[in-house]
Design a protein around this ligand. Sequence first.
Ligand SMILES: [Zn+2]
Length: 244
Amino acid sequence: MKLRVLGKYSPFPRAGGACPGYWVRTEKTGVLLECGPGVLSRFQQYEHLGAISVVILSHLHADHSSDFLSLRYATESARRYPALPAHLTVYAPEQPVDVRETLKFKDKVTVETISSGKDIRIGDLTITFFEVEHPFQCYAMRIDDGRTVLAYSGDTRPCDALICAARGAHLFLCESSCLERDASFAATGHLTARQAAEVAREAGVQKLLLTHIWPFYSEAELLAEASEVFAPVAIAEEGTEYEV
Ligand SMILES: [Zn+2]
């Protein structure tokens, strides 16, 4: 399984960057995980939009989902330009209902609900969800291709569900919104780099990849903070494809 980081910044992108978006693929299957601002532009540096048929949104904050609203329009152009998706299935939490309603688009988009304990199967991928702790209903997840497991945190503060999601993963893609000096902000529903590393250690993952980066932070500082607790750890690089 491969993971291409399309965007990693939050809550808005750095110049030339993008908000969260990850293209997870095997030889048979591709799934777009998160669809924040800048993700569609970045995606097309690697693939046609028509490669997207399934999108998973961990939660419905705009920095994780707003490009999906434009992606819906691509379905209408598919008759004129076949390398576009004619139909999309989006998996998203039930709440908040008013935001979820905005994902709908004629008969071109099917909106499915994710919930804890309800695995979904997409091609050769099995995806399991774990409700985590964030102001909007949000899910961490494990993506398993039968050989390797990618765990992804979504947005969350430290919680047991996150450790369950990450348990023994080959690669743990984890939000690290804050440095410890800003831990009071993280308490509202995010992780510091140190806390991300503590979860990685507790869950016994093989590698930790930090994402969901505030654009004005020094990445060296984030990395140093996490490295004190767990290795190997790296900061996600936009455009890089990682082998899970
Ligand atoms: Zn969020």
